[in-house]
Design a binder for this molecule. Structure first.
Ligand code: UD1
Length: 356
């Protein structure tokens, strides 16, 4: 059986790593890895391949950045000949980025079977590009691997045949579980004892310069009470530079370069609180039991709120400040770990793929 994996952006890498690994030990499985090149900076891509032990891609489509239409179309045009030439039996796509939907569209038209890892998540917010990517990818997929039961329920409600839905758990947590010992050993001398860890990269947040400027001031205020560490995504860095805000850090907000996986996980494990608009970080903080404030109006990962340690605070500075104050006062629920977030999701996927 020939399985071709498609990855492209930073959050894909930690999801594909355990699946590649689980399938490598299965007899009769041949694997091909295609990188779309959506993320291309060494600190957004190469460093994750190295740390997570992902084999070098067999093909890099080198699409780079562009508008949504340009990027998606470029991936499709460059991926189609690869599928025609390599003739996989199944293509696995991950998450909700443009590389995910582009690859799924190509395979659907070529009648190649598609498996979607992290299927069924819904924010019900159609202004998010990722929501469109999720819906289209799920609609086209033959095998839908869900990380949580809400994902399976969303798919059933949309009329997906139950036989195609497999609740396998969270592959991102597989990687976290494997890398946690290395992260726990990583210690930085100049790390404050208590700190808030911040990430912001959603276009709906960082492309709104007025909001971004207000948010930096909110973070600077929070920095009066607790150290603030902020590894900055390239999209956010560009917006900050454009608005002349990248030097506004003063002493209270430490703006940093994007971090490698283990360093960032190390920072999460020791954080007093995490403030983010990322999807994956809502899940990682839930697993680690670290309080998380999500700076969005909605989430496609509601289980991190109902079961975990996450709280939606919207784009509201008062609610962000209040959330930080609650955490510092020790008023935060402990949360628990969702079902099947146990480090073995990828093995379940491999077992399903090789069962027939
Ligand atoms: C993409 C995903 C988003 C995911 C995020 C994680 C889509 C629609 N969005 O958003 O869901 O949460 O990745 O990082 O697929 N850039 C660099 N170097 C790089 C990559 C990007 O400088 O290696 C800059 C470019 O100027 C680019 C911008 O960042 O225009 C945004 O990159 P892009 O891939 O379009 O989307 P992300 O914001 O990274």
């Amino acid at each position: 059986m020939h399985i071709l994996h498609v990855v492209g952006a930073r959050p894909n890498f930690m999801k594909a790593a355990p699946v590649l690994r689980a399938l490598s030990s299965r007899a009769g499985v041949r694997q091909t890895l295609v990188h779309s090149g959506q993320h291309y900076d060494a600190n957004m891509s190469d460093v994750f391949f190295e740390e997570l032990g992902i084999p070098a891609p067999d093909v890099n489509l080198e699409v780079g950045s562009g508008s949504h239409a340009q990027q998606t179309a470029q991936i499709m045009a460059r991926f189609e000949p690869v599928v025609l030439e390599r003739k996989p039996d199944l293509v696995l796509v991950y998450g909700d980025v443009n590389s995910t939907v582009a690859a799924a569209l190509v395979c659907a038209k070529l009648l190649v079977r598609i498996g979607h890892v992290e299927a069924g998540l819904r924010s019900f917010d159609y202004t998010m590009p990722e929501e469109i990517n999720r819906i289209v990818t799920d609609r086209l997929s033959d095998l839908l691997f869900t990380p949580s039961t809400d994902g399976s329920e969303n798919l059933i409600r949309e009329g997906v045949d139950r036989a195609r839905i497999h609740f396998v758990g969270n592959v991102m947590i597989d990687t976290l579980v494997r890398m946690l010992p290395a992260a726990q050993q990583r210690f930085s001398e100049d790390l404050p004892e208590h700190y808030a860890l911040v990430t912001l990269h959603r276009p709906s947040n960082v492309d709104d310069l007025e909001w971004l400027s207000g948010m930096l001031h909110t973070l600077a205020d929070i920095g009066q009470g607790i150290a603030v560490l902020f590894p900055v995504h390239p999209r956010t860095r560009q917006r900050l530079a454009h608005a002349g805000l990248d030097r506004l850090d003063g002493n209270t907000v430490r703006l940093m370069e994007p971090l490698p996986y283990i360093d960032f996980l190390a920072l999460q494990t020791r954080a007093t609180i995490v403030i983010t608009d990322s999807g994956g970080i809502q899940e990682e903080t839930t697993f680690l039991g670290i309080p998380c404030l999500t700076v969005r109006e909605n989430t496609e990962r509601p289980i991190t709120i109902s079961v975990g340690t996450n709280c939606l605070v919207g784009r509201n500075p008062e609610r962000i400040r209040a959330g930080v104050a609650d955490v510092l006062a020790g008023k935060w629920r402990k949360g628990s770990v969702p079902d099947l977030w146990d480090g073995h999701a990828a093995e379940r996927i491999a077992a399903i793929l090789t069962s027939d």
